[in-house]
Design a protein around this ligand. Structure first.
Ligand SMILES: NC(=O)C1=CN([C@@H]2O[C@H](COP(=O)(O)OP(=O)(O)OC[C@H]3O[C@@H](n4cnc5c(N)ncnc54)[C@H](OP(=O)(O)O)[C@@H]3O)[C@@H](O)[C@H]2O)C=CC1
Ligand SMILES: O=C(OP(=O)(O)O)[C@H](O)COP(=O)(O)O
Length: 361
């Protein structure tokens, strides 16, 4: 069993902890937070040992009636691998602690690329992370684009890619985020940070990205244009993408017009928290004109990096190759590349549903 500490139990950390717990070869050593809020209560109810970020915070947890197992320093000492899911910039501050303990660490996309040896995407850079001391799971948007570009580059070659990213303003619980009544070029500079970030995964990819922020919380939407190096047709591209386990090519008969129905579908299908771990590509949007491919995809920002974090743990622990790890991850989560797979077989519920994961306590 790989003992995994999760430092930062917010939007990403709580999902990663549940996904780790669902794996047959991993256990959650504990989770760490700064404040004794509802997520601390959920962590304890799910049976995760709870740690405070430092000794100064322990009194607040105790006053709120939450039992602590210690501080982050002790959590790192208990862990074979740490997943750092703290807010952007805090991960870099924590890097020294992980080094001191000689504990391999996985960082998130809010950190600069130089926080880690490898920019990680399971489809594109798994092998580069094997046995590394540090890896950074690239951001939700970069993860979504890496999953898309890897098979396209292998099958057709990419001469040039152009992406407009229509980004959600904040996550559903982030009441301090916006915009609430505007559509912003964000960042206004071109390329947005996503293009250079993609180049940390695909050094030779010629890609331009433009970012926006809009008053939405559910998902990001990407408008993608790829000039291919060789001829293709829409049907063969659809088949290529449909064969990828972390890409869900939406069939038109589902009549899903946006992120709202996607989330509803995921909830109806029994996905924990209504999470869409896969990229959701509108099949009808896949169009090829000459060597130009066009499509729209939705990225559930809270969810797509979750299976990637699980694979990153196996990569740095060097316990499995890419094929073994991604298969294990997907089987344990019930990630079927369809979202509605569970609907077709009512007895086949995701093991990660309802109780937060595998019950091995
Ligand atoms: N949200 C998203 O859509 C995505 C986020 N990411 C990246 O993932 C990372 C985490 O983001 P997200 O989950 O949204 O962040 P959240 O703010 O939702 O969660 C952060 C967690 O870290 C805890 N925390 C705060 N400060 C510290 C600290 N000094 N040490 C340890 N823990 C601390 C918080 O605890 P408490 O609440 O008690 O203060 C909270 O549990 C960032 O790098 C982000 O860029 C990547 C993809 C998508
Ligand atoms: O990593 C993300 O987005 P990004 O790829 O646009 O930087 C996550 O959606 C978090 O972004 P945020 O910094 O807008 O919360």
């Amino acid at each position: 069993m790989i003992q995994v500490g999760v430092n930062g139990y917010g939007t990403i950390g709580k999902r990663v902890a549940d996904a780790i717990r669902a794996q047959p070869d991993m256990a959650v050593a504990g989770v760490a937070k700064t404040s004794p809020n509802f997520e601390a209560k959920v962590a304890l109810e799910r049976g995760y040992p709870l740690y405070a970020v430092d000794g100064e915070r322990t009194a607040a947890f105790e006053e709120a009636g939450f039992d602590l197992s210690g501080t982050v320093d002790e959590l790192v000492a208990e862990s074979d691998v740490v997943v750092d899911a703290t807010p952007a910039g805090i991960g870099a501050e924590n890097a020294e602690l992980y080094r001191e303990h000689d504990t391999p660490a996985i960082f998130q996309g809010g950190e600069d690329a130089d926080v880690a040896e490898v920019s990680f995407n399971a489809r594109a850079s798994y092998e580069a992370a094997r046995g590394a001391d540090t890896a950074r799971v690239v951001s939700c948007n970069t993860t979504g684009l890496s999953r898309l570009f890897a098979p396209i580059a292998e099958a057709y070659g990419i001469e040039k890619a152009r992406v407009t990213l229509v980004r959600r303003g904040g996550d559903p619980g982030q009441t301090n985020r916006g915009p609430i009544n505007d559509t912003l070029p964000d960042p206004v500079e071109i390329p947005s940070h996503h293009g250079p970030d993609l180049n940390t995964v695909f050094p030779d990819l010629d890609v331009d990205t433009m970012g926006m922020k809009v008053p939405a919380t559910l998902m990001h939407t990407h408008s993608v244009n790829v000039t291919l190096e060789s001829e293709a047709d829409a049907e063969s591209v659809r088949e290529l993408l449909d064969a990828e386990s972390r890409l869900f090519v939406l069939p038109p008969e589902l009549d899903i017009d946006g992120a709202g129905k996607l989330k509803e579908f995921a909830q109806d299908a029994g996905r924990p928290r209504g999470d869409c771990w896969e990229n959701c590509i509108w099949g009808d949007s896949i169009t090829v004109e000459g060597r130009d491919l066009y499509l729209f995809q939705a990225i559930h920002q809270e969810a797509d990096v979750v299976p990637e974090n699980v694979d990153a743990v196996r990569a740095v622990a060097d316990t499995a190759d890419r094929e073994e790890s991604t298969t294990l991850t997907e089987d344990a989560l019930g990630l079927d590349g369809r979202i509605g797979g569970a609907l077709r077989d009512p007895t086949a519920r995701s093991p990660a549903v309802a109780d937060g994961g595998r019950d091995d306590d």
